[in-house]
Ligand binder design. Structure first.
Ligand code: FAD
Length: 466
């Protein structure tokens, strides 16, 4: 048997939770799938089980997620936890695995709220044991209360400062922040500063984080270049150049961050239309204001449609739910428009700060297009220079690089190297990003065993909306 729902929501972050509760409020049968143990997504990960002391360390924005997750739990939405989605079909069928057992359900409409992932940071030494992303370090804090001591944080962006201040609050201040932001980045951001004042609360939070780091005496090195993680079998330190001087900081733990990018594995696998966002240096699926994608069965909400932050994600989730309800005939077009209007206005205010943040915290060219000897595909051990060599031999796009040297063919399915391969090919071939494109993504989207695949009992549908 397989179940038919009015609406399936993939992802239980702020976007998914808002979408699911809004749709359920209007009488739709809703199933929300997420691979995490509890609702919350990235920002509110594990908030329902977080001990008070840990929640205090993680801050007020984290604690704010408690109410949203509680409301979702009480909303009547069918929430399948630990459900890893590995296949989505154009007709709204969704296959997933829970505890080794595969299932397939179908939605009359599917809201993709599967969020963002951190941009990979291919710099020399980034594959050494002891190196992980800032987001991964934060996952350890949120899910298990593990706090690394004496870490060095390298990169750029608000999440870098947030995690650094969370480490300070946990009593384990980072040894240093090595920041790639330059004065030119700040100058480039200035034209966006006045409009960004609409988001003054977010700006104020940023200033508070920087003040907290200064207060805690955490050294910050700005405009860092030529960054290299040293050591052999494990990390020994970070070498870099800043203010015209070479410097090494000794550490066994390095956290990297260069912003987050939409996770487009699902949207690509269904063949939805995408475009390249030059300000965010990433691809995003094309949607209208209400989150409607190029296929009428799918809406996209939250960071998966373009990076906007948690509050914007929650608003876009609600709007996508209205769009989904309209698509399946639960509400009329005019009801949808009327209810979406004030939400869209709030979204515009929420997004006012984005152009400033995008310009002020860009990934440096050395991360977008690494030096030849840097590994970019860590699953298959392919280096940046290999991609340049393939381009010289006539390779025009990421899918061809698979045939030339297996890049993107490992278990991560190109999540790590996809954007880097595109950037290098854009530079080497002179084509536009849209022309070079991305890896073609096929199911299974996440590694599953043959036993799990075989456990899928194929369908006879039960309609859950009746
Ligand atoms: C690692 C990381 C940490 C972050 N921490 C913060 C923070 O502390 N503060 C902050 O303001 N912003 C943070 N952000 C940014 C933050 O993600 C967003 O602003 C906000 O959470 C976006 O909400 P969302 O609902 O769009 O997506 P998310 O919150 O990312 O939720 C997406 C959900 O989809 C689920 N999912 C994805 N793929 C699948 C699949 N195949 N099968 C099943 N489930 C799936 C994920 O488990 C996740 O729960 C972080 C981002 C990342 C990548």
């Amino acid at each position: 048997m397989s179940d038919l729902f009015d609406i399936i929501v993939i992802g239980a972050g702020p976007a998914g939770m808002s979408a699911a509760t809004e749709a359920s409020r209007h009488g739709a049968s809703v199933c929300m799938l997420d691979e995490q143990q509890t609702a919350g997504g990235q920002i509110y990960r594990n908030v329902v089980h977080s001990p008070a002391a840990r929640s205090r360390i993680l801050g007020a924005d984290y604690r704010a997620g408690l109410l949203m997750t509680q409301n979702t739990n009480e909303s009547g939405v069918v929430h399948r936890t630990r459900a890893t989605v590995w296949k989505v079909d154009k007709d709204g069928s969704v296959a997933f695995t829970v505890d080794g057992q595969a299932e397939q359900i179908r939605g009359r409409h599917v809201i993709l709220a599967n969020g963002a992932m951190e941009r990979s940071v291919p710099i020399p030494g980034w594959t050494s044991p002891g190196v992980m992303t800032v987001g991964a370090a934060q996952i350890l804090m949120k899910s298990s209360g593990i706090v690394p001591v004496g870490a060095v944080l390298v990169g750029v962006g608000p999440l870098l400062y947030l995690v650094a201040t969370q480490l300070v609050a946990a009593g384990a201040p980072p040894k240093a922040l090595i920041e790639t932001q330059t004065k030119s980045d700040l100058i480039a951001a200035m034209p966006h500063f006045l409009p960004a004042l609409k988001g003054w609360k977010q700006l104020a939070k940023g200033m508070q984080m920087i003040a907290a780091l200064r207060w805690a005496g955490v050294p910050r090195f700005k405009g860092a270049t030529e960054i290299e993680i040293t050591g052999g079998a494990s990390v020994e330190g970070v070498r870099f150049r800043a203010q015209g001087r070479e410097k090494t900081i000794h550490t066994t733990t390095v956290f990297l961050h260069q912003g987050v990018v939409p996770n487009t594995q699902i949207t690509r696998s269904i063949g939805l239309d995408h475009e390249y966002n030059t300000a965010q240096h990433s691809f995003a699926p094309i949607t209208d204001d209400c989150g409607q994608s190029s296929n009428s069965v799918f809406s996209i909400a939250g960071d998966g449609a373009g990076i906007g932050g948690a509050k914007d994600a929650a608003l876009s989730g609600k709007i996508s739910a209205l769009n989904a309800l309209r698509q399946i005939g639960k509400i009329t077009q005019s009801t949808c428009d009327g209810m979406a209007k004030p939400l869209l206005k709030r979204r515009r205010a929420e997004l006012a700060i984005r152009p400033f943040l995008d310009a002020a915290y860009p990934p440096p060219a050395s991360v977008l297009r690494p030096a030849d000897d840097t590994i970019i595909c860590r699953c298959e051990d392919v280096r940046a220079g290999d991609i340049r060599r393939y381009a010289a031999l006539g390779c025009r796009g990421p899918n061809q690089t698979k045939a030339f040297g297996r890049s993107g063919m490992g278990p991560c399915q190109g999540r790590y190297c996809g954007l880097t391969v595109t950037e290098i090919l854009v530079e080497e071939t002179g084509q536009r990003h849209e022309k070079v494109g991305s890896y073609r993504i096929r199911a299974p989207l996440k590694p599953i065993t043959l036993k799990e695949l075989a456990s899928l009992a194929l369908p006879q549908e039960t309609d859950k909306s009746k």
